[in-house]
Design a protein around this ligand. Structure first.
Ligand SMILES: NC(=O)C1=CN([C@@H]2O[C@H](COP(=O)(O)OP(=O)(O)OC[C@H]3O[C@@H](n4cnc5c(N)ncnc54)[C@H](OP(=O)(O)O)[C@@H]3O)[C@@H](O)[C@H]2O)C=CC1
Ligand SMILES: Nc1nc(=O)c2c([nH]1)NC[C@@H]1CN(c3ccc(C(=O)N[C@@H](CCC(=O)O)C(=O)O)cc3)C=[N+]21
Length: 288
């Protein structure tokens, strides 16, 4: 039997429709939610994502602006830009596109974003809040995955969730969000010995490694939920995930495709977080 396919594109549209009413309400109060994206250097992949983000914003009625810096830009210039955006009342969300060039200190740049505008949820304060069960902003990619699970009525409590990858933007927040919902969580990395012994036991398997098609059918428990976060561009220009989709879909119970899976959800959750930030600004809610 073939797995049920979780259509991220369709779900992303549904969630956007639900949130557009909230954006509309703010606009009627004279507040247009605003997002600023900072991009340093000319990474081809980053430009595609940023273009998708800008388009999605305008469709839902969010104001957006992109601040482009050259690859050799000085970190202080970027920090000054973030300072100005922190003070700007028209901007409710600030996103610094990662990765930054090697001469940047990621931690200092992320820590300079105002906590209440950190719609990626990457600021240390927001990470601490998430881990202690006091979430302020859920990081967009794991947030999108949680919505995919919820909307497909996939139980989490008591399930064994295995996350492959420990990055700050996907693996780690993903593991904590699943833990918060009562899953028993295992985090695997490139150092894990005998990866298959863990993945074979997963009821929910989330893969975020950046290694094209590394999860094969033999690594998956029959009926498991397989969430493929990976986005890899192959030499022929096509996109593929970290999961061998064609083979794994014959074993899994649920599977997400690439493209059209987690990616579109990530963008939608960014819009949701920006609307949420604007609502909080409007009501004067103090989060810190
Ligand atoms: N769909 C979406 O919205 C998004 C997709 N992505 C995609 O997701 C993927 C992961 O992104 P990101 O987390 O930023 O990547 P990173 O490179 O920061 O992290 C990759 C993680 O995977 C682990 N890993 C690598 N190879 C293996 C292996 N063979 N076995 C087990 N673990 C392994 C690494 O382990 P170690 O720490 O030991 O090195 C690391 O923890 C990429 O393809 C990226 O493009 C990213 C963000 C959003
Ligand atoms: N500060 C920061 N926040 C991020 O959220 C962030 C980041 N930096 N750096 C890069 C990664 C990657 N990422 C994606 C977003 C959308 C798609 C997406 O829309 N994917 C579509 C197709 C895209 C295409 O055609 O290339 C899909 O999977 O169907 C993919 C990947 C966000 N990231």
């Amino acid at each position: 039997m073939s797995a049920q396919i979780i259509d991220g594109k369709k779900l992303a549209e549904l969630v956007r429709t639900e949130w557009s009413a909230r954006a509309e309400k703010l606009i009627q109060l004279g507040i247009k939610p605003g997002l600023a994206v900072i991009i340093v250097g000319d990474n081809a992949a980053s430009s595609i994502y940023v273009r998708n983000k800008v388009r999605a914003c305008s469709e839902i009625g969010i104001y957006s602006e992109v601040h482009n810096f050259p690859q050799h830009a000085d970190q202080d210039e970027v920090l000054q830009c973030i300072q100005a955006l922190n003070q700007n009342p028209h901007i409710h969300g600030i996103l610094v596109q990662l990765p930054l060039p090697a001469h940047f200190e990621n931690n200092r740049v992320i820590a300079s974003i105002a906590v209440e505008k950190d719609v990626d949820g990457f600021h240390h304060y927001n990470v601490g809040a998430l881990v202690t069960g006091n979430t302020i902003f859920s990081p967009c990619t794991p947030y999108g995955v949680m919505v995919m699970l919820e909307r497909n009525r996939i139980p989490i409590e008591g399930q064994h969730a295995v996350v492959i990858g420990r990055s700050n933007i996907v693996g780690k927040p993903m593991a904590f969000m699943l833990l918060e919902q009562g899953a028993t969580v295992t985090i695997c990395t490139s150092k894990t010995r005998n990866l298959q012994q863990f993945t074979k036991n997963a009821d929910i398997l989330v893969v975020a490694t950046g290694k094209p098609r590394m999860v094969t059918a033999g690594m998956v428990k029959p009926g498991a939920v397989v969430i493929d976060v990976g986005i890899n561009r192959l030499p022929d220009g096509k996109l593929c995930g970290d999961v061998d989709y064609d083979a794994v879909k014959e074993v899994a119970g649920f599977i997400t495709p690439v493209p059209g899976g987690v990616g579109p959800m990530t963008i939608t959750m960014l819009l949701c977080n920006t609307i949420l930030a604007a609502e909080r600004a409007q009501t004067g809610l103090k989060i810190r």
